[in-house]
Design a protein around this ligand. Structure first.
Ligand SMILES: Cc1ncc(C[n+]2csc(CCOP(=O)(O)OP(=O)(O)O)c2C)c(N)n1
Length: 284
């Protein structure tokens, strides 16, 4: 891929981070860490890979994105706003009463959100159902699903994985946002994954692609391109990411949910805007 296109995706990821911070700042608290770690994969999906129509969010032939780790809704709202599903500012009302932007992704509330998620483990099951349904209807599209590594503690994930492999769902491509942390500690402290999440999906019959830097758009894009050629089985892409990536306080603390005061948010927004402006200057 041409360097200019990769730079466009890098800048898009940075813009998603900036918009995500504005969205969470509108409420004052939220899932900063797990939203920031998926900004790059969202940039690759919405900026390059997926077919969708912001004028027709439920277009039957579209590719689907199911955010199984639904608590990262703000990052998805940022990506959808930039992609043109609504004005970006519309999402600056996170979790307000009556707002169309709840903290967790909700298909019935937000234009462009394909499936309601938030109860961990359920999104990947829904993704399997959509992939099977689309195949039965002869629809030529892909279903992408983003899971958390902590989420993979849920038994339901593995039932879905087994079903997907059994049904040879090669129109299903998953990501594990392997940021090494979950709500109240590291993965290894809370519930370690034995030989690794990738080894488990491999054992369940999936193709597995490990991405050593899951915050690098070039590596993510290469992995997705490879996954799109796999036939006869679903593919899981393991993204080794950093929780809180790109915003200093979040990256340092790795915290799951952040509550900042007005002054602290002002500093975070200043940092996010400065980083975006600097990258734009450097890349364009
Ligand atoms: C079934 C269920 N149990 C518990 C929760 C509460 N919860 C929300 S996020 C989270 C941690 C998830 O960790 P991970 O999947 O690694 O997310 P990330 O670190 O990427 O944000 C938990 C336990 C939930 N949303 N659903």
């Amino acid at each position: 891929m041409h360097m200019e296109n990769l730079n466009r995706l890098r800048l898009l990821a940075c813009e998603i981070r900036m918009e995500t911070m504005k969205i969470i700042a509108s409420k004052g608290n939220g899932h900063v860490g797990g939203s920031l770690s998926i900004a790059d994969v969202l940039a690759v999906l919405y900026g390059e890979v997926m077919k969708y129509d912001p004028q027709d969010p439920n277009w039957k032939e579209r590719d689907w994105l199911i955010l199984s780790k639904g608590h990262a809704g703000p990052a998805l709202y940022a990506a959808l706003g930039i992609a043109g599903f609504y004005p970006k500012e519309a999402a600056y009302h996170l979790n307000e009463a009556g707002s169309d932007f709840p903290s967790h992704a909700d298909h019935n509330r937000t234009r462009g959100v394909d499936i309601t998620t938030g109860s961990l483990g359920q999104g990947i099951s829904e993704a399997v159902g959509v992939a099977l349904g689309n195949r039965m209807q002869g629809i030529d599209s892909h279903v992408f699903v983003i899971c958390g590594d902590g989420e993979c503690d849920e038994g339901q994930v593995w039932e879905a994985a087994q079903f997907a492999a059994h049904n040879h769902l090669d129109n299903l491509i998953g990501f594990v946002d392997s940021n090494g942390r979950q709500l109240d500690g590291t993965i290894d402290e809370v519930m370690s994954h034995g030989k690794g999440i990738g080894a488990k999906f491999d054992a369940f019959g999936w193709g597995v692609i490990e991405v050593s830097d899951g915050n690098d758009v070039e590596q993510i894009l290469e992995a997705v391109r490879k996954a799109l050629t796999v036939k006869g089985k679903p593919t899981m892409i393991i993204l080794n990411t950093v929780k809180g990536k790109g915003i200093d306080f979040a990256e340092t603390s790795g915290e799951h949910s952040s509550t900042l005061n007005k002054q602290q948010w002002a500093e975070v927004l200043e940092e996010a805007e400065r980083k975006y402006a600097e990258l734009r200057e450097a890349l364009l």
